[in-house]
Design a protein. Structure first.
Length: 299
């Protein structure tokens, strides 16, 4: 099995037949047929069902197609990285809504200036939805709320987040979970890491509640909290980006409040656009570290 045979196989599947694949690859049909037969001999099983002049992809061919796409993609990535060519193409990036609103605007603008040939497609979602999308190759990379547990994913810690419990301004200060007794929780749907943090914090104080108002927008969450509909947990950086938010910020223990936002990607499959983003973020992290050192030194 070699890359040429895999490319021919992929072209036959995409074009729907040998003649069209031959035209696309600038080869004669007999050469395409020979390549397909060589590949089937190499794997030891037919890849197509043959019906007169038509080919129908067999189950074994569907399995091989997935591997062929990955191998060809990795080959292209390796060629671009080694050659030092500027990254181009599509970068399918995912992010939490909080990260998108409070952290990414400047970084994405800088990325666009540095790599104008990369087309960025941004998708927002919950922590768990983004992890699944990266693992299933629907996204190339994503900013999530906590380091991934899946072995097939690599990550780079990027942003430090400080979480606070917010309540209406006329609510008494919340120092412990029991201070929020009787309040509804306002949170993103299941799959949100911050929602799990809030629930863990409440349970640590033996407080359980099933009254949860699920919303998919931080602006809506803040508005409902301000109106007295309940309490919520959110990154303080998001509140800083909403100066008109009329809510009370309540601190919780550092064990629950301190989190680090990582960028995740599939281990061993980093594409040139993802590599470029990772490199840019490494500079951001390094710069933030130096700033912190200067602050500690009183400079």
């Amino acid at each position: 099995m070699n890359f040429t045979d895999l490319r021919v196989f992929k072209a036959v599947v995409e074009e729907g037949g040998i003649v069209k694949a031959a035209h696309k690859l600038h080869r004669v049909p007999s050469n395409i047929s020979t390549r397909i037969k060589q590949l089937e001999t190499a794997v030891g099983i037919p890849l197509f069902h043959r019906d007169r002049q038509r080919l129908h992809l067999a189950p074994s061919g569907e399995v091989l197609l997935g591997y062929a796409e990955r191998l060809i993609g990795l080959s292209e990535e390796a060629r671009h990285v080694v050659s030092g060519a500027a990254p181009h193409g599509l970068l399918k990036l995912g992010a939490l809504e909080s990260t998108t609103a409070s952290r990414l605007p400047g970084i994405l603008a800088d990325f666009h200036r540095r790599y104008p040939d990369v087309r960025l497609e941004l998708t927002t979602g919950t922590n768990d939805a983004l992890v699944s999308a990266v693992a299933e190759r629907r996204l190339d990379a994503a900013f999530i709320a906590e380091p991934p547990s899946a072995r097939g994913l690599a990550y780079l810690p990027v942003f430090r987040e400080s979480l606070v419990v917010i309540s209406s301004q006329d609510h008494a200060p919340i120092a412990r979970a029991r201070d929020a007794e009787g309040q509804s929780l306002i949170a993103f749907p299941h799959g949100c890491a911050y929602r799990r943090v809030l629930q863990r914090w409440l349970k640590r104080e033996s407080l359980a509640t099933s009254r949860v108002l699920e919303l998919s927008s931080y602006h809506a969450i803040v508005a409902c909290v301000a109106a007295g509909a309940g309490i919520a947990l959110m990154p303080e950086a998001v509140l800083d980006a909403m100066p008109q938010a009329l809510v009370r910020r309540n601190r919780i223990p550092r064990a629950q409040s301190e989190m680090v936002t990582p960028l995740i990607w599939r281990r061993g499959e980093i594409s040139p656009p993802v590599l470029a983003l990772r490199t840019l973020l490494a500079l951001v992290v390094k710069g933030s570290g130096r700033k912190g050192e200067r602050m500690k030194a009183g400079k």
